[in-house]
Design a protein around this ligand. Structure first.
Ligand code: AMP
Ligand code: MG
Length: 443
C-alpha cells in the first residue's frame, strides 16, 4: 500500500521493481491512431494482425532442387524422370498436376511444391543427365517446345535421401488463414513490420505515445541557452531523460527548470500533472534544499517508496497523485546525479512508461558476460556500475569504466552497459560471470 510522506519506505531493488510493475499493470492506456506501416516502427500495436490467407499460401520449397517423392530416394543414387520445372511465382496452369513414382520436378526456392511430391532434394546433391540444348531467345512458341522437349528428356540422379517434408514448408504451417499473428501491446520491430506487410497491412493502428513531463530541479541548474556562472551546472538530465523517454516509446515534454523553492516547485508540479507521467530529477535526497517530496506531499501524493537499496540512485521516489476522472497520475522523483537519473529511469520509470504506451509488460532480464578485471565494492546495495562490454562472438567480456561516481557523465558516455553487483558481493574476480543491464535490450 502507498503511504504518506511521513513514513519513508526504502525497498530492496527487487521489491521496488515489483511495486512499479504492479502499478504499471493497472494504468489506463492511451487512445489509438492509425499510421503508415513505415511510421509504425517502434510504435506499440493497438490492433490484432490476422492472416488474410494461409502462410505460406502453398507448400513452399525452401531450396533450389527437385520436388520428389521421398520414398523414391530409399536406394541411392536414384535416377528420376524430370517432368517439368516450377519457378517462384509460376502460373498455376504450368504446375504439373501430379508427381508420380519415379518422377521429379525441377523447382526453385519459393516455388509451390506440386501434388504428389513430399520433399525437395537440394540441387547440390543432384546431377542432370541429358545435355541441355539452349532454347532460342526470340521465339516464344519454339522456345517453349524446345524447353518442353528438353525437360521431357531430362533425367536427374539424386545422391542424397530426403525425409518426408524436408525442404518444404507446408501450406499454413506458419499461420492459418484468419488466425491471429500479432496481438495489441507489441512494440513493432522489423519482423513485426514484415509480418504486417506480408498480410497486406499498409497502415497500422498504434497507441498514441504517452507524453512524459520532465521537471528538473535545482538552483544551480541552468538552461543550455545560458552561460553558466562559476558555480552553476548546465541541465543535462532533462536531455538524457528525453533521450530515454523517446527510446522507450514516449514523447518528452521538457518543463522549465524549477528552483529549490517549495512554492514554485509545487506550481510547476501541478502544471506537469496534465501530462501522462511526471519525471522529476534532483531534490529527492536528504539535503536541506531537497523539496520535491514535500511539494508532492502538499498535493496529497501517495508514496510507494522513497528509496531503493541501489547505487547509484538510492533516493529514488515513486508515487501517485489523485487525478479526478483519470484516476491517478504517477510520478518518479529521480535523484539528480546524472548517472543516478539514467539508471533509475531504466530500472523503474521505463516499465511505467511502457505500460502507458500500451506495451504488454515484460520482465527485466539481465545479460551475462565474463568479468575482464576484478570488481570491489562495499556490500549492502545492489549496484549498477557503468561498464564496457567488449570481446567478440561467444567471448564477450565486461569491465567497469573508471569513474568519479554517479555524477560522472563522461565515464558513462564511454560505457555501453552496467555491471549488476548483488548487495552481498564485495569482490567479484576476473573470469566470473556477471549480470549486465543493457539499456534498451529487449527480450
Ligand atoms: P540533487 O539530487 O538535487 O541533490 O542533485 C545531485 C547532483 O546532481 C548535484 O551535483 C546536482 O548539481 C546534479 N544535478 C541535479 N540536477 C541536474 C541536472 N538537471 N543536470 C545535471 N546535473 C544535475
Ligand atoms: Mg538539487
Amino acid at each position: 500500500m502507498p503511504v504518506g510522506h511521513d513514513s519513508a519506505t526504502i525497498l530492496s531493488f527487487e521489491d521496488a521493481r515489483r511495486v512499479v510493475e504492479q502499478q504499471s499493470a493497472c494504468v489506463r492506456k492511451n487512445g489509438t491512431e492509425t499510421v503508415d506501416l513505415l511510421s509504425a516502427v517502434g510504435r506499440v500495436l493497438a490492433e490484432q494482425i490476422v492472416a488474410d490467407r494461409d502462410i505460406p499460401p502453398f507448400p513452399r520449397s525452401t531450396r533450389d532442387g527437385y520436388a520428389v517423392r521421398s520414398a523414391d530416394l530409399a536406394m541411392l543414387p536414384a535416377t528420376l524422370d524430370v517432368i517439368g520445372e516450377i519457378k517462384a511465382g509460376e502460373k498455376p496452369d504450368r504446375i504439373p498436376s501430379a508427381v508420380n513414382h519415379g518422377q521429379a520436378v525441377s523447382i526453385m526456392t519459393g516455388a509451390p511444391v506440386p501434388a504428389g511430391a513430399d520433399a525437395v532434394a537440394m540441387v547440390e546433391y543432384t546431377a542432370e543427365h541429358s545435355a541441355a540444348r539452349a532454347a532460342p531467345q526470340n521465339n516464344l512458341v519454339e522456345s517453349k517446345l524446345v524447353e518442353n522437349k528438353l525437360i521431357k528428356n531430362k533425367r536427374v540422379e539424386v545422391t542424397r535421401s530426403v525425409a518426408p517434408g524436408e525442404n518444404v514448408v507446408a501450406q499454413g504451417a506458419e499461420g492459418k488463414k484468419d488466425s491471429t499473428l500479432l496481438v495489441p501491446g507489441l512494440r513493432l520491430n522489423q519482423a513485426a513490420i514484415a509480418l504486417a506487410a506480408s498480410v497486406g497491412k499498409s497502415r497500422l493502428e498504434v497507441f498514441v505515445r504517452p507524453r512524459v513531463a520532465v521537471l528538473t530541479t535545482g538552483d544551480e541548474i541552468v538552461d543550455l541557452a545560458a552561460e553558466p556562472g562559476p558555480t552553476q551546472i548546465r541541465n543535462s538530465n532533462s536531455f538524457s531523460l528525453a533521450a530515454q523517454i523517446q527510446e522507450a516509446g514516449g514523447e518528452p515534454v521538457l518543463l522549465p527548470i524549477a528552483p529549490d523553492e517549495p512554492g514554485k516547485l509545487r506550481q510547476l508540479i501541478e502544471q506537469a500533472l496534465q501530462f501522462d507521467l511526471l519525471l522529476l530529477t534532483g531534490g529527492v535526497s536528504m539535503g536541506r534544499y531537497d523539496f520535491v517530496e514535500q511539494a508532492l506531499a502538499e498535493i496529497h501524493a501517495e508514496f510507494f517508496f522513497t528509496g531503493a537499496k541501489i547505487q547509484p540512485g538510492r533516493p529514488v521516489v515513486f508515487g501517485r497523485v489523485p487525478a479526478g476522472d483519470a484516476g491517478y497520475k504517477y510520478f518518479f522523483g529521480l535523484p539528480g546525479n546524472p548517472v543516478s537519473t539514467m539508471v533509475t529511469f531504466e530500472l523503474f520509470a521505463r516499465p511505467m512508461l511502457e505500460a502507458l504506451a500500451g506495451m504488454s509488460p515484460r520482465k527485466l532480464a539481465f545479460l551475462h558476460a565474463r568479468l575482464k578485471s576484478d570488481v570491489r565494492v562495499r556490500t549492502g546495495l545492489k549496484r549498477f556500475l557503468p561498464a564496457i562490454l567488449s570481446g567478440e562472438f561467444e567471448n564477450a567480456e565486461v569491465e567497469l569504466v573508471a569513474w568519479q561516481g554517479s555524477g560522472d557523465i563522461a565515464a558513462t558516455a564511454r560505457a555501453n552497459c552496467y555491471i549488476v553487483v548483488p548487495p552481498d558481493r564485495e569482490h567479484i574476480a576476473t573470469g566470473e560471470w556477471v549480470a549486465l543491464l543493457a539499456p534498451g535490450m529487449r527480450v
